[in-house]
Design a protein around this ligand. Structure first.
Ligand code: 8NA
Ligand code: MG
Ligand code: MG
Length: 312
């Protein structure tokens, strides 16, 4: 935590010449999702797949997962007839359970007002690289969390988590999910089980960072990072002893997510998207915005996504 806070406060100091901090694979792929939704005025899997492949070949050094690189290379082939096939071939046909589908899922909630569309398109968008249910259901959960947050649901945190559990009970009741969970020796409905742990942690008067990591995880699997990101948002709705008093909720969420360590870019990205939908752009310090690569595009794309949201 100490080094995270030190780094964040150094962003306030103009004399340090911070320069621009480059975004990672998370933002690179989320930008592809946004561009595709905007250009096609809805979900078009071939267009989205083409953009992922093109983006990877233009900037391969943004920290992609080692497995997904193979999918992105195959997606660039003009002969490919089924854009979902490369993802299905991953990990001996099991598909990836990494958090790469979830880390780019927020735009689905910003483009579609109907939760049924949010779920359907977050699922299909994730399936382009993540065909294991423990991967794509993480994307559905992340998109639903952003959707609910946008509706103001974080004003009632206990209701927020119970609504997510109810929604995921339904999402995880299909045969593919039950089968994957059995094979991977997870709980019958893995994301629901984790969300119950989030709820338990919320009820504790004190929770250490070590406990959060051991209960929820901080790794690259969707199951070990999406519920963690949701917990970070909920935990940081109130001021916390370990965080500066002058921080608002969005700053607390980002700092806390980073302090968990592990897959920091992705957990902070997902928690930031959920928190951003709740607090709004005014909550982001100007000094943070100034050093983000692509911040101007993000602002413009947000306006355009909002127009699409109102049309659909
Ligand atoms: P992915 O699909 O390559 O999955 C990530 C990793 O998870 C794989 O490389 C495997 O090691 C493992 N994995 C996934 N599915 C299976 C399976 N069915 N069986 C066995 N192992 C499996 O990549 P992604 O797009 O999901 O990306 C995941 C993360 O990697 C993101 O957080 C992204 O930022 C990136 N990344 C993480 C770190 C880090 O945590 N230190 C560093 C650089 C990049
Ligand atoms: Mg990354
Ligand atoms: Mg990551």
């Amino acid at each position: 935590m100490e080094s995270v806070l030190q780094h964040l406060s150094s962003l306030d100091d103009d004399t340090k010449g911070n320069g621009i901090l480059e975004y990672s694979d998370d933002t690179a792929m989320a930008r592809c999702v946004v561009q595709s939704l905007l250009t096609r005025a809805g979900f078009d899997e071939r267009d989205m797949a083409r953009r992922f492949a093109k983006e990877y070949s233009a900037s391969p050094g943004r920290g992609y997962g080692s497995g997904v690189i193979q999918v992105l290379k195959k997606l660039s082939s003009p002969q490919l007839s089924d854009v979902y096939q490369p993802a299905r071939d991953q990990f001996n046909g099991r598909g990836s359970f990494g958090n790469g589908g979830a880390m780019r899922a927020a735009p689905f909630a910003l483009a579609f007002p109907d939760p049924a569309d949010v779920k359907k398109f977050a699922h299909r968008g994730a399936m382009l690289t993540h065909s294991c249910s423990l991967g794509y259901n993480g994307a559905v959960l992340q998109a639903l969390a952003v959707h609910l947050s946008l509706q103001g649901a974080l004003d009632l945190p206990l209701k927020f988590i119970s609504t997510l559990i109810t929604q995921m009970e339904d999402v995880e009741s299909d045969e593919a999910t039950l089968n994957d969970a059995r094979i991977l020796k997870e709980a019958e409905k893995p994301f629901c089980e984790r969300l119950h742990r989030v709820s338990d942690l919320m009820h504790r008067s004190k929770v250490s960072i070590e406990e959060v990591i051991s209960e929820l995880g901080n790794g690259i699997a969707a199951l070990h990072s999406v519920p963690t990101a949701i917990f970070c948002v909920l935990h940081c709705l109130q001021p916390r002893e370990c965080l500066p008093e002058n921080y608002g909720g969005l700053e607390r969420t980002i700092a806390y997510s980073l302090a968990l360590g592990g897959d920091t870019d992705t957990i902070a990205c997902m928690a930031g998207a959920i928190a951003g939908a709740h607090y709004g752009i005014e909550a982001i310090p100007q000094s943070w915005i100034k050093c983000c690569e692509g911040a101007e595009d993000a602002d413009m794309n947000a306006e355009r996504l909002h127009m699409l949201y109102q049309q659909t």
